[in-house]
Design a protein around this ligand. Structure first.
Ligand code: TYD
Ligand code: MG
Length: 457
């Protein structure tokens, strides 16, 4: 930027700046989004935007410290009272932590946050830019929530909100949703990436400096001009996403967590009284059929966070039109499905390369546990060979490129969960106890070839 410039043109949509007005933003492609921003006169040697921002340099400059001299204060977590949310947060809420809750409109973000906020200790503040206080009250009545420790306000102006929370110092703050906030600094249109970035930055900075926990709700948007939660993921401590499964099941996942692991999932059921945590979800994703499983279906015991879940992997193979097969799988990574199909073709003589392969996980859970690979291989075998698998079978194991089946952690717990759910025939690469035996009807499987032989016997 040339020295001595007194104004720049800043894109309303993404914050990109240019020395001259342009009809279309080269950074985000938005039309007619450039607005002139006047810069205050530069001081010292810096000029342009950098010069205009000199006033934001803090008056007190903190001294850096030698790492060994820093006295660590381990974050004190306190439970929110909602065990599924606590599980995903990594044990509870941390003072000053900013939690982003994303999800599609209508999935239940406001319901969950109202249920959680009404039960948190201290006087909290729920800022809504989407619903009126009357609507929030009606929902709280319907959910039979305690109502004496939560204040509600409809406010969409970021600067006003910052003054308000600075004065009132709530015990915790919920902003529903961040896309409704407007900062005067970023133009008049709510929901643009620069609006989200400014609001996200100001609110997380406030949370950190005040030690007050902050929940930011953000809608996931597929298209249109409203920016999605991705824009502020880097600013917050924890990123949670709410996902659909079957019509009433809701899955809460964390994709970033500075306060704990990201492996846990929270499971809820949406009903007439809001979101109810599902306490014992082991067999939740299994379909119970009278006549046994259909072709192409195999059950795996997967390890999700700290829990074992039994899931039905479903496969379908059909001859591909062009002779070169494709994989359609969104619940298990397609590259993994292709790899298992290649191993079956090479080491078990099962031709799959001329087939289109469709893979699904019943109930909609996305699976990343490598322990599901043996069940995936058996589901593919069952689909391709048109043979059904034993109805009480649960398979667990990771598959190598050489066709070996490798042991996976927590085998004993996986077996126990499966037998508690009534599935007693276990296929795994190691025995479950020191005696070298499985409890019940187990098969020790060392290779995919072994697995197919055991199924066919
Ligand atoms: P909501 O929390 O408003 O979704 P979001 O904030 O993510 O947009 O939830 C809206 C849906 O949830 C709505 O379709 C109705 C349903 N719902 C129930 O089924 N039971 C309930 O007790 C509540 C409060 C909502
Ligand atoms: Mg909402």
């Amino acid at each position: 930027m040339a020295k001595g410039r007194t104004s720049v043109y800043v894109c309303d949509s993404c914050g990109h700046d240019e020395p001259k007005w342009l009809g279309r933003c080269p950074a985000c492609g938005e039309w007619n989004s450039f607005k002139e921003v006047h810069l205050s006169p530069p001081t010292g040697k810096t000029s342009g935007i950098a010069g205009s921002r000199r006033h934001i340099i803090p008056r007190e400059i903190a001294e850096p410290k030698i790492l060994s001299a820093i006295n660590p204060t381990p974050p004190q977590k306190y439970p929110t009272g909602n065990e599924e949310l606590d599980r995903v947060l990594g044990g509870g809420l941390t003072p000053g932590a900013a939690v982003l809750l994303g999800g599609e409109p209508g999935i239940g973000k406001s319901t969950l946050m109202l249920q959680v906020a009404a039960n948190l200790p201290g006087l909290g503040l729920y800022i809504s830019g989407e619903e009126s206080p009357g609507q929030i009250k009606t929902r709280a009545d319907r959910l039979k929530l305690p109502q004496d420790s939560l204040e509600v306000l409809c406010e969409t102006n970021l600067e006003t909100l910052l003054v308000l929370i600075g004065e009132r110092k709530p015990a915790y703050l919920v902003v529903d949703s961040i896309q409704t906030l407007v900062s005067e600094e970023a133009g008049a249109i709510p929901g643009t990436p620069s609006q989200l970035k400014i609001a996200g930055h100001r609110l997380t900075t406030w949370a950190k400096s005040s030690g007050i926990p902050l929940f930011l709700i953000a809608h996931v948007t597929k298209e249109g001009t409203i920016a999605g939660p991705k824009v502020i993921e880097h600013l917050v401590d924890t990123v949670l996403y709410f996902d659909h499964s079957s019509s009433d099941l809701r899955i809460l996942r964390s994709s970033k967590n500075r306060m704990g692991s990201v492996d846990e999932v929270g499971l809820f059921r949406m009903g007439a009284t809001g979101l109810t945590p599902i306490a014992d979800p082991a067999g939740l994703f299994l379909e119970h059929r009278k006549d046994g499983p259909p072709q192409g279906s195999a059950v795996a015991a997967v390890y999700e966070g700290s829990r074992i879940l039994l899931v039905e992997i479903q496969a379908l193979t059909v001859p591909s039109k062009g002779g070169i097969g494709r994989v359609y799988s969104d619940r298990i990574d397609s590259a993994r499905v292709s790899r298992i199909a290649a191993v079956l073709e090479r080491h078990a003589g099962l031709r799959l390369s001329d087939q289109d392969i469709y893979v699904n996980v019943a109930g909609g859970l996305r699976i990343s546990d490598t322990g599901a690979e043996l069940a995936l291989a058996l589901a593919l075998f069952s689909a391709r060979s048109a043979q059904t698998l034993p109805g009480d079978m649960v398979a667990v194991g990771e598959i190598s490129l050489a066709g070996e089946v490798r042991p996976v952690p927590h085998l004993r717990r996986r077996i126990k969960t499966a037998s508690d759910t009534g599935l007693g025939r276990f296929f795994a690469s190691a025995a479950a106890d020191e005696s070298g035996k499985f409890p019940g009807k187990g098969h020790i499987i060392h290779s995919v070839r072994d697995a197919l032989a055991a199924v066919l016997s």
